[in-house]
Design a protein around this ligand. Sequence first.
Ligand SMILES: Nc1ncnc2c1ncn2[C@@H]1O[C@H](COP(=O)(O)OP(=O)(O)OP(=O)(O)O)[C@@H](O)[C@H]1O
Ligand SMILES: [Mg+2]
Length: 138
Amino acid sequence: MYRRILIGYDGSGQGRKAFETALGLAAQHGAELYVLAVAHPPEIGDDVETEAVIENSRHHHQQMLDELKPPAAAKGVTARFEVAVGHPAEQIIYHADRHEVDVIVVGDRGRSKFTRWLLGSVSKQVVHYAARAVMVVR
Ligand SMILES: Nc1ncnc2c1ncn2[C@@H]1O[C@H](COP(=O)(O)OP(=O)(O)OP(=O)(O)O)[C@@H](O)[C@H]1O
Ligand SMILES: [Mg+2]
């Protein structure tokens, strides 16, 4: 029985597919769905524009999440949407722990054009480092 589910969403096709799976699972189980998009900050430096770049990225990720609100509402799922800033896998695991979710859902691939590997580096790290169940959607 799943009570809380976290999905990592990066706006990619596979990310969307993973979201649909997580949403279906949440609807079936009457679970709460945490939808997390992680904006990565630029390299640390003394760039005066860093703040603006992060703010811009945050806004972009928030818009990505806004598109998911209608489908979640249509399924009657209680969904919480959050944008985090940092390392994607680290943030996914951190928020999964914080909300004590029963399962983390991610896609097998993301936005990268390089499809040399079967799994993207974010999903690979989540599977490797998370101390809870992970579902990789193919
Ligand atoms: N920034 C992010 N925020 C939230 N979830 C993410 C983020 N990046 C990836 N994910 C999740 O991880 C899944 C796999 O994406 P991943 O980034 O690992 O693959 P990739 O982009 O193809 O390869 P890579 O990023 O390693 O070059 C996505 O479908 C999504 O569920
Ligand atoms: Mg990626």
